[in-house]
Design a protein around this ligand. Structure first.
Ligand code: KG4
Ligand code: ZN
Length: 340
């Protein structure tokens, strides 16, 4: 089955063509980073308007890059939620109109299901595994028993990891989005002996808190006698990233052990982080767990990631009607019931 997959939940418009939920024929992303950078974060209305402008030409380009035409498409998969409602509605409305015009089925899928299953586009990872979703909106640990089969084990009680990266970068005057900038500084320097707290690490659960870490950085900056110079800023960035990586990796490992899982899949924008990848690789050696990271293009928001679940559902006869609506909040654990 050849599917068109569309993603517009936040600040990337993405269109992909995927065969059989496995073979990526094209995977194009139109980023809005420059549009939002001046505001230091995503402005929802601007995001929706930009999605509207680019989605049609992007889909045409995705088809021509894949070497297929509209008539070859057998279904459409689109992010239904969670995300910014106005942004989601652009993708959902486009998918509905396109599917109706071509008389093919369409299905709305969960953005985080896309992230977690993206790895299956590169290699077959057997279920069950521990799914770590780390992005701008999520820091969630799931037991994954298959497509549509998720059990929440732990989650952030406040900010998501990516959100904390972005906010700390803003405090340090580093620009937006902050994750990649902090990652580069941390990779090039060291923490200069600065240590930030690791919230919730001692707690006997698998939840996270990143808001306290962010406040610790702010307090550190306030205590400085003069404004931080470039060297100090890069040391703070490095110390912050080390603390985030420490908490994520340790809690993940504990959750995997508690669930008796020896496979871990890390996904979402923060899974691009080189420190996180390095630390997990070290833990793989010491713990004997297999840790999988999709390639960076499949970690950040993209269309192809949605086709794994989309193909599975459509080929089993599930599809969405023309009454499909976008949802800003949608617990991943619920998707199984939603497709029954
Ligand atoms: O999955 P994603 O592209 O969009 C959401 O679903 O949120 O994730 C975006 C987040 C942003 O907060 C961004 O700063 C973060 O992922 N990010 C990173 C890196 N690349 C992107 N965080 C840390 N290190 C990176 N290299
Ligand atoms: Zn995402």
């Amino acid at each position: 089955m050849i599917l068109l997959a569309l993603e517009s939940s936040c600040d990337e418009t993405a269109a992909a063509v995927v065969r059989d939920g496995r073979q990526v024929l094209s995977n194009l992303i139109s980023s809005q980073v420059d549009l939002h950078a001046v505001y230091g974060g995503v402005v929802p209305e601007l995001a929706s308007r930009r999605h509207l402008e680019v989605i049609n030409p992007l889909v045409e380009e995705a088809l021509s890059t894949a070497g297929v035409n509209q008539r070859d498409l057998e279904g459409i998969v689109v992010t239904r939620g969670p995300g910014l409602v106005g942004a989601l509605l652009v993708g959902v409305s486009f998918a509905k109109a396109y599917a109706y015009a071509l008389n093919i089925p369409m299905i709305g899928v969960h953005h985080i299901e896309g992230h977690i299953q993206a790895i299956q586009l590169e290699k077959i990872v057997e279920y069950p595994f521990l799914g770590v979703a780390v992005s701008g909106g999520h820091t969630h640990l799931y037991r994954v028993d298959g497509i549509g089969r998720y059990q929440l084990l732990g989650r952030t009680v406040d900010d998501a990891a990516g959100e904390a990266f972005d906010k700390v970068a803003k405090m340090l005057g580093l620009g937006y989005p902050g994750g990649p900038i902090i990652d580069n500084l941390a990779a090039a320097g060291d923490d200069g002996g600065i240590i930030f707290p690791r919230p919730m690490l001692k707690k006997n659960n698998f939840d996270f808190s990143f808001s306290g870490m962010k406040t610790a950085v702010l307090n550190y900056l306030h205590r400085l006698e003069k404004p931080a110079d470039d060297l100090r800023i890069s040391q703070i960035a490095c110390a912050f990233q080390t603390a985030v990586v420490d908490v994520i990796t340790q809690k993940t490992l504990r959750a995997a052990e508690a669930e008796n899982l020896d496979r871990i899949v890390v996904s979402g924008g923060v899974a691009c982080n080189s420190g996180l990848r390095k630390r997990f690789a070290e833990l793989t050696v010491s713990s004997g767990m297999d840790v999988f990271f999709p390639a960076p293009i499949l970690c950040a928001d993209n269309g192809a990631m949605l086709a794994v679940a989309g193909d599975y559902y459509l080929s089993r006869g599930f599809s969405s009607g023309l009454d499909l609506n976008a949802v800003s909040n949608w617990p991943l654990e619920q998707v199984r019931c939603d497709y029954k």
